[in-house]
Ligand binder design. Structure first.
Ligand code: UGA
Length: 433
């Protein structure tokens, strides 16, 4: 199959490279000429484990190419994927669809022969209808079908998620489009991945419902963690005790500083707006959003508590800045709320993250260090915000010697309280009362 991917962001690049690896001919298109130049040279703009090898191999073997001009690639394509950004619109939280609409306009003018137009971007219910109308208006004789095919990739594990998904969701009523989508995902039939064929609007909603449910699940365990602290229980044991019930499941029950990233915050907000517009408000998700926002801000208070409520003039070492490990993504990272709140309480921050380079532009007045031990040196307390593997195996004796006072606030529960205390740390974590 010939596939054109519009947008070489996270989703477009991973999906394009994986489709090429399945054996399809893929062209990834992006208006950003500098980015395309770098991709052609094999430079990957994002940090995603395994992606550079996958891209390099498929380019070398002639199945993956990059282009600024979409014309030729769209004319030749069996399927054109729209994988452009849908950020939160400033002011109202609705998804901003201007890039999606622009892509539809462009495709309309270029498509040739039957073409399946697929939305991979996360788009509100009804966007497929809008794309269809845009194309129909711009090119009344075009032969095409618009399909919704949401992605469920997690940053940091995206290639594995693409190649071994729990399910594929395809929203279309069009039989020719179904055949094209079946062919595209055929390599996954071998491991019997379920394909859910459904209506387009249903498919669009499945994506939001999945992310909102996961955000709700995390928020639920975070509230249970607070209760555990108050009553002297252990949230990890509670998570295990409920997670073994197959109806609940053990995933996404890690308590922490609140969810962040490029998806949950924006998608929960967009779902809330969609539901309000449809006059069926989703109060559960509205509350989830509010609890999570407040939680991220409240985390600085835990650091203050560990230092008898006074952060004035204190040096805080921060380990981890990205919204989760194995990504360089800083979008809506809890660190962006926690660090300014610590600074407002009078603390000085020295921080380290292996990949969160963008933090240098996003956080003011922070002393960025080149390694974890540099970040803890001279600190009155250390806060672990992101659970990078390298923070799980720190030389704790060395760390203790370097610190001014042995206070550790572990917002990801990566250490055991009894181990830390026996090594002489004053240690606090989340939900282990
Ligand atoms: C999420 C979904 O997991 C993907 O299925 C979806 O495709 C993607 O959004 C998207 O819509 O594009 P992602 O944002 O990459 O993926 O990361 P997650 O692993 O879901 O983590 C999101 C946030 O929740 C992180 O801040 C993480 O630290 C937090 N989290 C996750 C917890 O606090 N506890 C958990 O148990 C799990």
């Amino acid at each position: 199959m010939r596939v054109t991917m519009i947008g070489t962001g996270y989703v477009g690049l991973v999906s394009g490279a994986c489709f090429a690896d399945f054996g399809h001919d893929v062209v990834c298109v992006d208006k950003d000429a500098g980015k395309i130049e770098r991709l052609k040279k094999g430079e990957i703009p994002i940090f995603e484990p395994g992606l550079d090898d996958l891209v390099t191999r498929n380019v070398r073997e002639g199945r993956l190419a990059f282009a600024v001009e979409a014309g030729e690639a769209i004319r030749a394509a069996d399927a054109v994927f729209i994988a452009v950004g849908t950020p939160s619109r400033r002011g109202d939280g609705h998804a901003d669809l201007s890039y999606v609409h622009a892509a539809a306009e462009e495709i309309a003018g270029l498509m040739d022969g039957f073409t399946v137009v697929v939305t991979k971007s996360t788009v509100p219910v009804g966007t497929g209808d809008e794309i269809e109308a845009i194309i129909r208006k711009a090119n009344p004789s075009a032969d095409f079908a618009v399909v919704s095919n949401p992605e469920f990739l997690r940053e940091g594990a995206a290639i594995e998620d693409f190649k071994r998904p729990d399910r594929i969701v395809v929203g279309t009523e069009d039989e020719r489009a179904k055949a094209v989508m079946n062919e595209l995902y055929r390599p996954l039939f071998l491991n019997e991945t379920p394909i859910v064929f459904t209506g387009r609007r249903t498919s669009e909603l499945i994506k939001y419902a999945a992310n909102a449910f996961l955000a709700l699940k995390i928020t639920f365990i975070n509230e249970i963690a607070d209760l555990c602290e108050a009553v002297g229980a252990d949230v990890q044991q509670v998570a295990r005790g409920i997670g073994l019930d197959k109806r609940i499941g053990n995933k996404f029950l890690n308590a922490g500083p609140g969810y962040g990233g490029s998806c949950f915050p924006k998608d929960t907000l967009a779902l809330v707006r969609t539901a309000q517009d449809a006059k069926t408000p989703m109060r559960l998700i509205e509350t989830t959003v509010a609890i999570n926002d407040a939680r991220k801000k409240a985390m600085a208070g835990r650091v203050a508590d560990a230092l008898e409520g006074d952060l004035n003039g204190k040096v805080i070492g921060v380990l981890g800045l990205t919204f989760k490990p194995n990504t360089d993504d800083m979008r809506d990272a809890p660190s962006l709320d926690i660090i300014p709140a610590l600074q407002a309480m009078g603390a000085t921050i020295q921080a380290y993250d292996p990949e969160g380079h963008e933090a240098r532009q996003m956080l003011r007045g922070v002393d960025f260090k080149d390694g974890p031990y540099e970040a803890v040196e001279g600190a009155d307390a250390v806060v672990i915000i992101t659970e990078w593997d390298q923070f799980r195996a720190l030389d704790l004796d060395r760390m203790k010697l370097l610190m001014k006072a042995p206070n550790v606030i572990d917002l990801r529960n990566i250490y055991r309280p009894e181990d830390m205390r026996s090594r002489g740390f004053r240690y606090s974590s989340v939900g282990r009362g």
